[in-house]
Ligand binder design. Structure first.
Ligand code: FES
Length: 358
């Protein structure tokens, strides 16, 4: 009978087991034990390299590797020399370029020399004969395992860990609680003030004048002509302790539209003055400054990801990834005709943050 497993047999008797490697006829009732059909081919024959055969080539390769290591040494020394030779002079762009270029070249030489030299050494000079190493079982011997159990048992007995439950439980409690001081100390790395509160308030407050960015000169309502846009900061911002952080929240864009172009909600009619409106300059997407005003369409454009806001319609998002309108700053004029804020923004400016409800 033909063997469907592709094996072969010698002479067989019913009820016996045979090893088969090639097709042959097997008697019914014979158990077929297959051997591995693909023998281990072993390693390919070793092909000697030129450096193995010719001592001159061997010495040449050695010199090449040494030369590369020496080049690396020179590169590293040059990097230190260039650091002092070409210092960066604040405000001088040419010195930055020269320092960066010279340091980059010298450090590259230092690292490449070592890297290429090591590879060449390994390829040309180190032994390239392949060897196989059999893996050893990771499981310890029975004797080793029994010894380990003995050690644990003895440790448990001598320390009384299992027997003295009060000691054991208080030790576990102490270990569990011991990281708590670290958690408390790490808390010091967080901002001193609650971050949500920091993001919720800006320098704007009732009566604070709107001033030009960056000069800080106050703006009169009569200065704002139709179609114009002003970049605005709160009065006194330039003297604030954290000027840049405050500016990043309080920056405002001021525009004047013809009153008939403004589509104001009833409860916000008092937030503008004679067609002059002020909106946060901080994009509600991820916080870029919304700096481009298109006076024909009354659209504000954020250059980062092209969100567009319709100023005539409460800075509603009309395009792009921003999800909320720009917050509006309620404004009025003071006795001298200067534009002033009526209050802070009524909602947090900028992108979402974790405690934001809006
Ligand atoms: S930050 Fe303005 S669109 Fe992304």
């Amino acid at each position: 009978m033909a063997d469907h497993h592709g094996g072969q047999s010698g002479s067989t008797e019913a009820g016996t087991a045979v090893e088969v490697t090639t097709p042959r006829t097997v008697s019914p009732g014979t158990a077929v034990v297959r051997t591995d059909d693909i023998p281990n081919p072993g390693h390919p024959p070793h092909r000697p390299r030129v450096t193995d055969l010719d001592p001159k080539k061997d010495r040449a390769a050695e010199r090449t590797v040494s030369l590369l290591f020496f080049a690396s040494l020179v590169g590293s020394v040059l990097a230190v020399v260039f650091y002092f030779l070409f210092p960066i002079i604040p405000g001088d762009l040419a010195s930055v370029r020269l320092s960066t270029l010279s340091l980059g070249l010298a450090i590259s030489l230092g690292l490449l020399g070592i890297g290429i030299g090591a590879v060449h050494w390994a390829k040309a000079l180190m032994s390239d004969a392949e060897i196989s190493e059999d893996r050893h079982p990771t499981r310890g011997s029975e004797a080793t395992r029994a010894k380990a159990v003995d050690v644990f048992t003895l440790g448990n007995k001598e320390s009384g860990f299992g027997r003295r439950s009060l000691l054991r439980n208080t030790l576990i409690g102490a270990l569990v609680v011991s990281p708590i001081p670290a958690v408390v100390l790490f808390r010091d790395l967080a901002p001193a003030e609650e971050p949500g509160e920091l993001l919720r308030h800006t320098l704007w407050e009732k009566g604070k004048r709107l001033t030009r960015d960056p000069s800080g000169t106050p703006i009169k309502a009569s200065d704002v002509t139709y179609g114009s846009a002003f970049h605005v900061i709160p009065e006194g911002l330039n003297d604030a302790e954290h000027r840049l952080e405050e500016k990043a929240k309080a920056a405002v864009l001021l525009m004047r539209l013809r009153p008939e172009d403004l589509n104001e909600k009833e409860d916000r009619k008092s937030w503008s003055y004679d067609g002059i409106v002020a909106y946060s300059k901080i994009c509600t997407h991820v916080g870029c400054p919304v700096a481009l005003y298109e006076q024909q369409t009354h659209n504000l454009l954020c250059p980062c990801h092209q969100s567009q806001f319709d100023v005539s319609n409460h800075a509603a998002v009309i395009f792009g990834p921003a999800s909320r309108p720009l917050p509006q700053l309620p404004i009025a004029i003071d006795d001298e005709g200067y534009l002033v804020a009526q209050s802070d923004f009524t909602e947090p400016v900028g992108p979402s943050f974790w405690e934001r409800e809006l």
